[in-house]
Ligand binder design. Structure first.
Ligand code: CS2
Length: 502
């Protein structure tokens, strides 16, 4: 390892000039980046954006005539300062390592980002960029939590201190809501067309979600602006999909060793990718469909299929696997018991709730999911999957539980996942006694409710912001009590508990 580090220090930094030194099989941008302008301003340049939307735009830019659709990234968080420094050094370029399940590896350099604004340093510059006539789309990956809604009611959370700040000072914003509002207000005053607000987060009806939340924010500040936004701004819904693990030091070392270049901002992802977008834009839009995305009239069935099968499947493996002591998804799914449990959960407790889509064979979709999860070359950590579970589980799993309860259907496999989440939040160790890494905005509350379980076994379900009225559902509670008794029994073994439910 020391050798690689010493070598990487003597390597060229990845940038426009060093592109020509890369091995010939690396797909580098051949379009003239100096001719590009940013039609898209993207807020929240995390790993997923770089593996997904930025990759689609990179494909698009290969077609002449699309030069006005490059991306200007925006980082709202103080944590993005270092990122900005790396990006400037690298001319906003980064490598994407695509790892197929069969071991094939493709290397790309993504050139679609041409600028990056670090908002805490110059807020006005960001607002000006959003107002600039070149900006036709403001896209977002701000994570589930960024939408600022109460998970149980689905309503905007006016109690968030950053939101309180931005409502009083939206010309000096902190949040995406403040920036978008400040910019749209100026565009309206200048008689300009608004930009499209395009969510690329893995949130069901992500366009409707950002629309509802933005209108809740704006209407309390400026009702007239709210009406103008309602009438003129488009918020397309989209289903987004590509498994993108967190970048590790090993990824940086891999790129140094394989591409002989120093990339401090590499991304690794799976080969599968999907982007299904509702064709609803305020102004012009790029031909994303020429770059592999799909335009549809209604994205609802696609996103329900993805969120309830893929994301829920991840959470099932994430929580049960963490308690067992697995570290990654591929490790969990290669255990036959975990694979069988996952498949039975998908077949029995989700598939009956999913609308059959023309051209999509659900069985094949599920087979592909298991193959994607099992990809041994993607070390997707269970810690990433379990990150912010409180923002995810209500949509991924609890929604299916509620639909099944209403249909008088069995929920026992999902119920064990909820009970395991209780144990996970309560003890915060796996069954080997090793500490679990828990990152959740609601971690303290989850722990507070879960830690009362030994006195009151239903205590966790009383967190009604997440569970709604599950604690009043007799059949579900009976199953939950059984799961809690099994999980909290001395020397309990998660695999035996899972086996008993198959
Ligand atoms: C994961 C997703 O965060 C999660 O819980 O399920 O990040 C998942 O990898 C992506 O949605 C895949 O498209």
């Amino acid at each position: 390892m020391q050798n690689v580090q010493l070598n990487s220090a003597s390597l060229n930094t990845l940038n426009q000039q060093s592109l020509s030194t890369l091995p010939a099989d690396v797909d580098v941008p051949k379009y003239d980046r100096s001719k590009l302008t940013a039609g898209i301003v993207h807020i929240g340049v995390g790993g997923f954006h770089r593996a997904h939307q930025a990759m689609y735009v990179n494909e698009l830019l290969k077609t002449p005539g699309s030069e006005s659709w490059a991306i200007c990234g925006v980082g709202l968080l103080e944590a993005n300062r270092g990122l900005r420094d790396v990006l400037v050094k690298q001319d906003y370029l980064y490598s994407l390592t695509v790892r197929h399940p069969n071991g094939q590896i493709d290397h790309q350099v993504i050139g679609s980002m041409i600028d990056f604004l670090f908002a805490p340093e110059n807020k006005q510059q960001v607002i000006d960029k959003l107002v600039n006539a070149d900006t036709k789309i403001v896209s977002l990956t701000i994570t589930e939590g960024g939408y600022n809604f109460n998970p149980a009611t689905g309503e905007f959370d006016y109690t968030n201190p950053e939101i309180i700040h931005d409502m009083a000072n939206f010309h000096d914003p902190i949040t995406a809501f403040g920036y978008i509002t400040a910019a749209l207000k100026q565009r309206k005053a200048l008689g300009m067309k608004p930009f499209t607000v395009q969510s690329c987060d893995n949130v069901q009806h992500n366009g409707d979600m950002i629309r509802k939340m933005l209108l809740a924010f704006v209407s309390k500040i400026d009702a007239e602006l709210g009406q103008w936004i309602e009438a003129n701004v488009a918020f397309p819904n989209a289903m987004v999909d590509r498994i993108t693990p967190v970048t590790t030091k090993a990824d940086i070392e891999y790129v140094a060793k394989t591409l002989h270049i120093n990339d401090e901002w590499p991304i690794t992802c799976e080969a599968f990718t999907q982007w299904v977008i509702e064709d609803n834009f305020s102004d012009s839009r790029p031909a994303f469909d020429n770059a592999g995305a799909q335009f549809v009239a209604d994205v609802t069935p696609f996103e329900k299929m993805k969120i309830r099968l893929l994301n829920a499947g991840h959470s099932v493996l994430g929580l049960l696997g963490s308690i067992h002591g697995f570290a990654t998804i591929d490790e969990a799914v290669s255990d036959p018991l975990f694979a069988t449990y996952l498949r039975k959960f998908m077949d029995d407790e989700v598939t009956p709730l999913i609308e059959q889509l023309p051209g999509i064979d659900l069985n094949q979709y599920k087979d592909t999911l298991i193959e994607r999860f099992a990809n041994p070359n993607i070390k997707d950590s269970l810690a990433r999957i379990c990150l912010e579970s409180s923002a995810k589980l209500p949509k991924f799993i609890i929604a299916s539980i509620n639909e099944n309860i209403a249909l008088n259907r069995d929920t026992s496999l999902a119920c064990l996942v909820i009970a395991t989440w209780c144990l996970y939040s309560d003890k915060q160790v796996n069954q080997q006694g090793e500490a679990l890494e828990i990152n959740d905005q609601m971690a303290a509350q989850l722990h507070q409710f879960a830690s009362k379980t030994e006195q009151d076994p239903l205590a966790f379900l009383q967190l009604t912001d997440l569970f709604g009225d599950l604690n009043n559902q007799a059949t579900f509670c009976k199953e939950y009590l059984k799961a809690i008794a099994d999980l909290y029994a001395p020397n309990s073994d998660i695999k035996a508990i899972m086996q008993a439910r198959l």
